[in-house]
Design a binder for this molecule. Structure first.
Ligand SMILES: [Zn+2]
Length: 309
């Protein structure tokens, strides 16, 4: 499963100045109250708490003050092969900056080593616009011209988490049922409530729910929200409705989409039926159901679902 969103932030005048510098292949530091130069520039002096307003353009060379080896890079890291993360004190600066160093092996890097920037051809105003390499004393290649002229005022940071979800035995049964076009829940032996997807134990009584119950794919909309906001990866054009559907025979509602009806006409109590995808598209997930659509039946009485909101 992947949970992902883009995090967008405004940079402000200080980080914006720094990132604009990177876009233009220039390392910009900030002058602190005691005369020291910090890279990246902080927005406020950590000692005097005064705003940092004086910027210093620095060379793109420096010295490694500490490092660690990344033998197995993960997605989103600066290099797709083993590399080092190092604290690098840029020449003319007084504080170290964490950056990637492209060397072949840990034998090729050491504290005190001189490094220089290797600028990306296409730079956007990001710390990934450069990595450092060993400074062999040769004249560095000239960076390509910057990709823009406006200051960098907004940055987009993609955030993504991949994880593997281990289904419980009860959920496994539910997912296997979906692969056959069936919706399977489980009944609590004590309170007789039917949970779908199965919980493994009744949250009220704390006893295992072992009795399997096949549910109808027809149900009632209990509550819903109209999604008006576009977001990354959205597959349906807003507005559309995400709803809780109480399947006939179940005691807890499933969340799903309500389509084939204008969003403003969806209502509590509306009767809906699952619209299954074509069978050859089925896997073992609730996405085998494309969405729910109105059945055309009269709305359910509020009393029939008021305890399931
Ligand atoms: Zn129970």
């Amino acid at each position: 499963m992947t949970v992902a969103f883009d995090y967008t932030r405004s940079t402000g005048p200080v980080i914006g100045r720094f990132l604009t510098g990177l876009r233009d292949a220039t390392i910009v530091g900030g002058r602190l109250g005691d005369g020291r130069v910090a890279v990246p520039p902080p927005e406020f002096d950590p000692v005097t708490h005064q705003a940092v307003t004086e910027f210093v353009e620095l060379p793109d060379t420096g010295t490694i003050t500490s490092w660690t080896w990344v033998s197995e890079p993960v997605a989103g890291q600066p290099l797709g092969k083993p590399f080092a993360f190092a604290l690098i004190t840029i020449d003319g600066a007084d504080t170290p900056w964490l950056q990637a160093v492209d060397v072949a092996s840990p034998d090729d890097i050491e504290t005190g080593m001189k490094v220089r920037a290797r600028w990306a051809e296409e730079r956007t105003g990001s710390v990934t616009d450069l990595v450092f390499v060993a400074d062999d004393g040769n004249a560095p290649e000239t960076a390509t011209p910057a990709g823009g002229t406006e200051d960098v005022g907004l940055i987009v940071t993609p955030v993504s988490l991949d994880y593997r979800y281990a289904a419980s035995p009860e959920e496994s049964s539910f997912f296997r049922g979906l692969a056959e076009g069936r919706i399977l829940g489980q009944r609590c032996p004590k309170c007789r409530k039917v949970y779908v997807p199965p919980r493994g134990a009744c949250p009220t009584d704390g006893v295992p729910t072992s009795e399997e119950v096949e549910l109808s794919d027809v149900g009632t909309v209990t509550t819903f929200c109209v999604v008006n906001v576009p977001f990354l990866g959205q597959r349906i054009k807003p507005p559309y409705v995400s709803a809780y559907v109480l399947l006939d025979g179940a005691d807890i509602a499933l969340q799903h989409l309500i389509l084939d009806i204008p969003a403003e006409e969806v209502r509590m109590g509306m009767r809906v039926k699952a619209v299954w995808k074509p069978r050859d598209e089925w896997g073992t997930s609730i996405e085998n159901i494309s969405h729910f659509a109105p059945t055309g039946e009269p709305d359910a009485d509020f009393d029939s679902y008021k305890h399931h909101l």
